[in-house]
Design a protein. Structure first.
Length: 473
């Protein structure tokens, strides 16, 4: 039976191979299910960490390699852990440690583990002021709690449960909601949003959508931790935060795993949905593009076209105004010592001002082999565009879970598309990977995002050149 407030508490203690959840593993777990009045269920198991337990850890916990050799691996008891904790608040003495390890173990299985949390260290500081220490050992000594095996999960969890009862039944925990470790109080949330809505959000990298009462998307954002970022929106005192607080009715999200994919998808979705609270990216419309086309005689030339008319022409750069696009072309021509008349199909140098003073190179260039001229123009384009361009190829990043990888395709500095590959799949070449990716129309902001991110974080990615042989994702 639950307490009057309707809460269940999963009081957890773990033992591990070390102190960092990112690098170490759990060797023992105990879960005491409590309703605020009494223990109603308990679970305890040694866990095979699939690695050696350091001697100095064994000296503390007494858990040896022989003891865990035949113990279940975490994935073999994961369903039992989920079942006993279902609907319960995660309680631990130094909850960040225990929760961090359990969360990391589930992440290794491709599962997002999310729970409300309470820390009995913080609670005991409030409930029992003036003690010299709030370490579990000191509290056990202070209250005279009998423990047969310190630094073992079950005994420590049972001791924590006794301390928890003293605080809870003594009304020292006045309001469970206020003690839940979330970093935001319900009073700060929009009227239509509850703490339960917040807790259902993942702590993963991706994008999120905020909706109003009419179910219109009013904001699209990207975050390394979706839950944390949405909470921050309601803590902020900015004009944007005030708008979101007033209009927010619900959320949705898309986990991306890769930060670069999150940034790219955020940009695409802002352009597609035009949310009212997004301003920076929404206001720019890139309607014009400079492209590389060819005369009938095979000579390449640059021209301005509208984005919807790109066709098969090689995309060079995107602009909000046609004047800026033409200015860019002129800068290329000046650098290549070319005349603008060569960019007008079918024209001659009659009437060309530079021709009238004997400086137009139109006929001189037309006498060249088209391939020779085109290579010269490409060289100039590369000199101007290439310095900050990432290499052509596929950039592999982490996926949405452990079973896949994200892949971003870049060609001549342009982000061509992205998607996800099942981990372990073998591809004959990079072209096979490209076939499995979703391709996007070239867009100036996508290219800027890609270049900037890859220039800064190139070492995070596995790079696959386009001419590579057999590839395993």
């Amino acid at each position: 039976m639950k307490n009057n407030a309707g809460h269940l508490f999963a009081i957890v203690d773990i033992e591990t191979t070390g102190g960092l959840a990112k690098h170490e593993k759990i060797t023992e777990i105990a879960i005491i299910l409590h309703d605020g009045e009494k223990i109603i269920k308990q679970f305890h198991s040694l866990i095979n960490p699939e690695r050696s337990i350091p001697f100095h850890i064994t000296r503390i916990t007494g858990i040896t390699n022989d003891m865990v050799k035949g113990a279940p691996k975490f994935y073999e008891i994961a369903h039992e852990i989920i079942e006993i904790m279902d609907g319960a608040i995660f309680v631990a003495h130094n909850v960040r440690f225990d929760f961090g390890f359990v969360k990391a173990e589930f992440e290794d299985l491709g599962y997002t583990f999310s729970k409300k949390q309470m820390c009995t260290v913080n609670l005991s500081r409030k409930a029992f002021p003036g003690l010299k220490s709030y370490a579990l050992g000191n509290l056990i000594e202070h209250f005279g709690i009998e423990v047969s095996a310190r630094h073992r999960a079950l005994d420590d969890a049972l001791a924590t449960a006794i301390i928890f009862e003293k605080m809870y039944q003594g009304k020292l925990i006045k309001d469970v909601k206020q003690e839940v470790s979330l970093g935001i109080k319900e009073a700060k949330l929009p009227p239509n949003v509850t703490l339960e809505d917040i807790h259902r959000l993942p702590e993963s990298c991706g994008i999120y959508y905020i909706y109003n009462e009419n179910n219109d998307v009013i904001y699209v954002g990207k975050a390394l931790n979706i839950k944390k970022r949405i909470i921050e929106h309601f803590r902020d005192q900015t004009e944007k935060a005030r708008k979101l607080h007033f209009h927010t009715a619900s959320f949705s999200y898309e986990v991306c795993g890769s930060e670069l994919v999150s940034l790219l998808l955020e940009s695409v979705e802002i352009k597609r949905l035009n949310p009212s609270v997004n301003v920076a990216q929404r206001n720019k419309t890139y309607r014009f593009a400079v492209v590389l086309d060819h005369h009938k005689n095979g000579i390449a030339f640059l021209k301005v076209t509208k984005m919807e008319a790109l066709g098969s022409m090689r995309f060079i750069k995107q602009f909000t105004r046609s004047e800026d696009a033409n200015g860019f072309i002129q800068s290329i021509l000046n650098r290549a010592d070319l005349c603008a008349c060569i960019n007008k199909e079918g024209t001659t140098n009659q009437g060309c001002l530079t021709g009238q003073i004997g400086q137009c190179r139109y006929f001189e260039l037309l006498s060249l082999d088209p391939q020779e001229y085109n290579e010269a123009l490409e060289q100039v384009l590369d000199q101007i565009l290439q310095p900050n361009l990432p290499e052509d190829g596929i950039y592999i990043d982490k996926g949405r879970d452990g079973s896949e990888k994200a892949a971003i395709w870049v060609s001549k500095g342009i982000c061509m598309g992205w998607g996800y590959l099942d981990k372990g799949n073998t591809f004959q070449n990079a072209e096979n990977i490209i076939e499995s990716l979703k391709q996007y129309k070239p867009h100036h902001e996508l290219d800027q995002i890609t270049r900037k991110y890859l220039n800064k974080h190139r070492q995070k990615f596995i790079f696959i050149p386009l001419n590579n042989g057999s590839i395993e994702a």
